[in-house]
Design a protein. Structure first.
Length: 273
């Protein structure tokens, strides 16, 4: 069933993209974009399994935790734990995912290229997910809330308690928000609203990051890195698809060899001087 749904989605995207590129600032190619998106989804799934398979902390390890061992930049939030902040953070987090859909609903030019924009959006989130899950999966870092005496020992021993690096919620919100701002910017080059759109896009993941910090889910450095990665992907994916892209940057599918002799599909970002 999943393969069938993916096939239908690819066919629909191909049809809409082929009919809607003349009045769009972007150029997409199914033979390039589909493999990159599929690779991002596959790597996201693999990274997620790595995150779930982490070893949790033992009671002895938890008893020996000392916030003074946390680097000085992040130490101030070690022990923070706010369930209310966690719940509130879900509002701007999930709301950010709908921002690109707002463009489709209210911008006629974007709506006429909805298939193309949606395809780039899926690609943006797939690449963002791959970068985050792989980084977190291979880098166990204890969350700030584990240092709190108010958190139950069972929660501290879960594998999820070691997913602090880096902030996934902030990353995803930044990718979606900055994708929204970049697409609006490119479709509306003369709009006086562009400055406010960019400011709004910057504020959404910043709010998510602050709330996740207060919730004890991530350290400040985790949020700053997540913000940087998400915003970069959200801007770069549309930019690399622009017809007027003269930056020398290009994105293409590639085969990534692994240590066990097998290979997986990925994406290659290159720069031509």
């Amino acid at each position: 069933m999943k393969k069938y749904i993916l096939m239908i989605w690819c066919l629909a995207m191909t049809a809409q993209v082929s009919l809607a590129q003349n009045d769009s600032p972007y150029r997409t190619r199914f033979t390039v974009d589909a493999p990159i998106t599929a690779a991002g989804m596959g790597l996201s799934y693999y990274g997620l399994t790595r995150m779930q398979d982490k070893d949790g902390l033992t009671e002895e390890q938890i008893a020996n935790l000392d916030k003074n061992q946390v680097n000085s930049f992040d130490r101030f939030s070690a022990g923070w734990d706010s369930d209310q902040a966690k719940k509130i953070s879900d509002i701007p987090f999930y709301g950010s995912f709908a921002l690109p859909l707002v463009l489709v609903a209210f911008d006629d030019d974007v709506r006429s290229n909805a298939g193309q924009v949606f395809g780039m959006y899926v690609q943006t989130m797939a690449i963002t997910g791959a970068l985050f899950t792989l980084s977190s999966g291979f880098n166990p870092r204890t969350r700030p809330l584990v240092y709190s005496p108010d958190v139950e020992i069972g929660d501290k021993m879960r594998a999820n308690a070691r997913n602090s690096f880096y902030a996934g919620h902030t990353t995803a919100a930044a990718a979606a928000s900055f994708f929204f701002a970049k697409v609006f910017h490119d479709f509306n080059p003369d709009s006086p609203a562009r400055t406010y759109v960019w400011l709004g896009a910057a504020a959404v993941p910043a709010t998510v990051g602050y709330l996740r910090l207060r919730a004890g889910k991530h350290f400040l450095s985790d949020n700053l890195l997540g913000y940087a990665v998400g915003s970069a992907v959200g801007i770069l994916v549309p930019q690399l698809h622009k017809k007027s892209n003269n930056s020398g940057l290009s994105l293409s599918p590639t085969i990534i060899p692994t240590f066990n002799g097998t290979a997986s599909q990925g994406a290659n970002l290159s720069y031509t001087f």
